[in-house]
Design a protein around this ligand. Structure first.
Ligand SMILES: [Zn+2]
Length: 363
């Protein structure tokens, strides 16, 4: 069993590892700067490690600037474990990859939640309920002697799609990731917008209907309260409980098995109830996109996350709603496309972020 004392061969107590951002800030900043300067290889075959720290899993991959993956592994983790235990697993896996490959310029980490990325502190993460003001990158940089860079998971996925996925060649785009929650990322003139508190792109919390349902964030009528995976699943379960005529009933043994994938499958088979559920979600997403279109006027909206895999039964009502609401811009100029990196967007985006932070050119 891991104890704080044997982490990364160090003897600090958990208190010195976490929650003490200010005390060690100066030291870590200096260390980070000198590490950045000394460890960035100049060669063209430079590599970056990308880490997708999801909650139940850790995705880790090694990538070159052309987007070729040289190593990739998915590891199960316990999201209720103390942060230092999870970070030790991350450090061990970075060390393992470092031992096999040279020329690694840095490590990017995509982590759900809100962070202070300059200091590498995770303020909170919905996927890791025990994490509060955890010093993520100072701990890892020290344990692995590499520069680490951390950012919200959907923001790094946006960078992945921008440079290696559906947004390649696009200068202005908005990514919307629809899963357990709804996250996003905004790119203007080729640059990811972060915002003062790193909250730029929290598209799930745009108000769609002021009289709408309560959202997890405390507001009423957010996009997330209309179109997230759990909301879609709950509507499917409700349809079965209310004995509406739907083939969803035949597809599951118990109500817990209802998920967006099952609902999408039924919708593709023409199930009216499933189509209606996705239409309601699509309508809400369309309202959000129409507002974002007049705010940012991007060339492209990229829809990712598990819910977006529903395809046309979700995309058709989205486009219909955008066409209905967008008048001052040509609606046909708004391109709404599925993400193309799938579940790999997390670690690919994190590696992309590491290249950008290290100043490595991306072709
Ligand atoms: Zn909200």
């Amino acid at each position: 069993m891991q104890t704080p004392e044997n982490l990364a061969g160090k003897t600090e107590s958990p208190e010195t590892i976490i929650n003490l951002a200010s005390r060690r800030k100066q030291d870590t900043d200096t260390a980070k700067e000198s590490m950045k300067k000394s460890s960035i290889p100049k060669e063209a075959d430079v590599l970056a490690i990308g880490i997708d720290l999801g909650g139940s899993h850790l995705g880790i991959g090694l990538m070159d600037p052309n987007g070729e993956i040289h190593d990739h592994e998915e590891i199960q983790i316990d999201n209720m474990a103390p942060p230092e235990v999870t970070l030790k697993i991350v450090a061990d896996n970075v060390e393992r990859i470092k031992g096999k490959h040279g020329n690694i310029c840095g490590v990017g980490i995509g982590l759900p939640g809100n962070h202070d990325s300059d200091k590498g502190i995770c303020r909170f993460s919905p996927n890791f309920p025990k994490w509060h003001n955890v010093e993520v990158t100072p701990f890892l940089s020290k344990a692995c002697s590499l520069p680490f860079f951390m950012l919200n998971d959907v923001r790094v996925a946006t960078l992945g799609e921008l440079h290696y996925g559906a947004g390649k060649g696009v200068k202005n785009l908005v990514m919307i990731a629809i899963g357990t929650g709804i996250g996003g990322g905004v790119v203007v003139n080729g640059k990811l917008i972060i915002g003062r508190e790193e909250g730029a792109g929290e598209i799930g919390h745009i108000t769609i209907d002021p009289n709408g349902p309560l959202c997890n964030c405390g507001n009423f009528g957010c996009l997330e309260a209309f179109a997230s995976g759990p909301v879609i699943s709950a509507k499917g379960a409700e349809a079965i409980i209310r004995k509406r005529p739907t083939r969803l009933r035949e597809k599951i043994q118990s109500l817990e098995e209802i998920n967006p994938k099952v609902i999408a499958e039924a919708a593709h088979e023409g199930d009216v109830v499933a189509l209606q559920i996705l239409e309601e979600a699509g309508k809400a997403i369309g309202i959000g996109i129409a507002s974002l279109a007049v705010t940012l006027n991007p060339e492209q909206f990229i829809l990712g996350g598990g819910v977006a895999l529903a395809g046309e039964p979700l995309f058709a009502p989205i486009r219909k709603e955008v066409n209905r609401r967008l008048h001052i811009l040509p609606a046909e100029a708004v391109s709404i496309v599925p993400a193309s990196l799938g579940t790999r967007a997390g670690f690919i985006g994190a590696a992309t972020y590491a290249f950008l932070q290290c100043g490595i050119p991306i072709p």
